[in-house]
Design a protein around this ligand. Structure first.
Ligand SMILES: Nc1ncnc2c1ncn2[C@@H]1O[C@H](COP(=O)(O)OP(=O)(O)O)[C@@H](O)[C@H]1O
Ligand SMILES: [Mg+2]
Length: 317
C-alpha cells in the first residue's frame, strides 16, 4: 500500500509570502488613474473607477473604504479626490464631521452648511431624472421618492413598515404631489407628505378601499416620526424647496452636517442629503458651463446610513 503524504497548507501573510516566493506578483488594476499607495505584492496601486468601468473590469464602480477608527480612511478619501481633480473629476461630499472644510478651501469653495433652523434647505424629494422619459413605475422619480420616504419612515420608527403604513405613505406621496402642483411646483416637500398622511383625502382612501379615518390611522405613526424633520428638533434642513442659488458648479461641493453629527437621527439626515445629491447629479444640476466631467459622490461615515436605512448609495456617477 502506498501512503500519500499529507502536506499541510502553507499559510502566510502577503508580507512574508513574498520572501518565500519572491517572484509572486499579480496583474494589478493597470496604470490608469490616481496613485493610491504601494501594492503589497510590488509596484504602485493605481485606481480609477471610471477607467475600470470603461475597460469592463468592474460593472459597478462603487467603492467602500473600510478600516479601524483613526486609520486614515477620510484622509485617504481627501487625497484621492485631490488627485482625481488633476483628471478633471469633481466631487460632491456628504460630510457629517465637518472635516472637508480645508479641502474645500484649497479648491476655493465654501462648504454648504446644514443645521436645524439654518439658512440652507435641501428638498430630498426632488425628482431627479426619469430614465424611461415618462412616469416609470419601477425606476422613475415616483418610485424613488416612495422608496426614500419609506426608508426614512423605517429609520425614524426603528422597525419595518407594516403593509398598511407603506400603502398610506405611497398614497400620501401622490396627494402631496397634487398639493405641490397647486402651488406651481413639480416636487412635493416633506411637510406636504406629513399633511397628506395626517389628513388623507377621500380619493386616497377609496383607492385602498378604506375610509378617510382608517387611512389616517394607518399613516399616523409614520406621519408623527416624519414630522420630526418638519416641525420637531430637526426642522429647517430638509423640509422645504431647495434654497436657490447654491454654488454647485465648482469642482467640489461639501454638505457639512457637523451640526447634527451627535444627533440620533444622523443616518436619516445623511440619507436626506445623499438622496438630494443623487437627484441633483441625475438632473444635471451643477453641471452647467464650467462644470461637467465625471463626478465622485462621497458619503463619509456611511455606516450611519447603512446601519439603519435600506437606501442604495452610489459613490460614483
Ligand atoms: N498617512 C498618514 N500619516 C500620518 N497621519 C495620518 C495619515 N493618515 C491620516 N493621518 C492622521 O490620522 C488621523 C485620523 O485620520 P482619519 O483620516 O480622520 O481617520 P479615519 O477616517 O479612518 O477615522 C488624522 O489626524 C489624520 O490627519
Ligand atoms: Mg473618517
Amino acid at each position: 500500500m502506498r501512503l500519500t503524504p499529507v502536506v499541510p497548507a502553507h499559510v502566510a501573510t502577503t508580507r512574508h509570502l513574498c520572501a518565500a516566493y519572491p517572484l509572486v506578483t499579480e496583474a494589478g488594476l493597470g496604470h490608469e488613474g490616481v496613485l493610491v499607495g504601494r501594492d503589497l505584492l510590488g509596484g504602485a496601486f493605481v485606481h480609477d473607477p471610471f477607467a475600470l468601468y470603461r475597460r469592463g473590469v468592474v460593472t459597478n464602480p462603487n467603492m467602500v473604504v473600510f478600516g479601524q477608527i483613526g486609520r486614515g480612511k477620510s484622509s485617504f478619501v481627501k487625497s484621492y479626490l485631490w488627485r482625481q481633480a488633476v483628471f478633471g473629476r469633481r466631487a460632491w461630499v456628504v460630510d457629517p464631521k465637518g472635516e472637508y472644510g480645508p479641502l474645500a478651501e484649497a479648491w476655493g469653495v465654501a462648504p454648504v452648511t446644514l443645521r436645524p433652523g439654518g439658512s440652507v434647505r435641501l428638498n430630498p424629494l426632488e425628482a431627479g431624472p426619469d430614465p424611461a422619459g415618462d412616469e416609470d413605475p419601477v425606476g422613475g422619480p415616483a418610485r424613488r421618492r416612495s422608496a426614500l420616504t419609506a426608508s426614512l419612515a423605517v429609520a425614524c420608527l426603528g422597525r419595518e413598515l407594516r403593509p398598511r403604513e407603506r400603502a398610506a405613505v405611497d398614497v400620501a406621496l401622490g396627494a402631496a404631489a397634487v398639493r405641490a402642483a397647486l402651488r406651481g411646483a413639480v416636487d412635493p416637500i416633506l411637510p406636504e407628505v406629513v399633511e397628506a398622511l395626517l389628513d388623507p383625502d377621500p380619493a386616497g382612501a377609496a383607492a385602498l378601499r378604506t375610509t378617510v379615518t382608517g387611512l389616517a390611522e394607518d399613516g399616523r405613526d409614520p406621519a408623527l416620526e416624519l414630522r420630526r424633520l418638519v416641525a420637531g428638533d430637526l426642522r429647517g434642513m430638509f423640509d422645504g424647496p431647495t434654497t436657490p442659488g447654491l454654488e454647485l458648479d465648482g469642482p467640489l461641493v461639501v454638505l457639512d452636517l457637523s451640526a447634527v453629527y451627535h444627533s440620533p437621527a444622523l443616518g436619516v439626515l445623511m440619507a436626506c442629503a445623499a438622496a438630494w445629491l443623487q437627484a441633483a447629479v441625475g438632473t444635471g444640476t451643477g453641471t452647467g458651463a464650467g462644470a461637467g466631467g465625471h463626478l465622485l459622490l462621497v458619503v463619509d461615515e456611511a455606516w450611519a446610513i447603512l446601519s439603519k436605512l435600506n437606501i442604495q448609495l452610489n459613490y460614483c456617477s
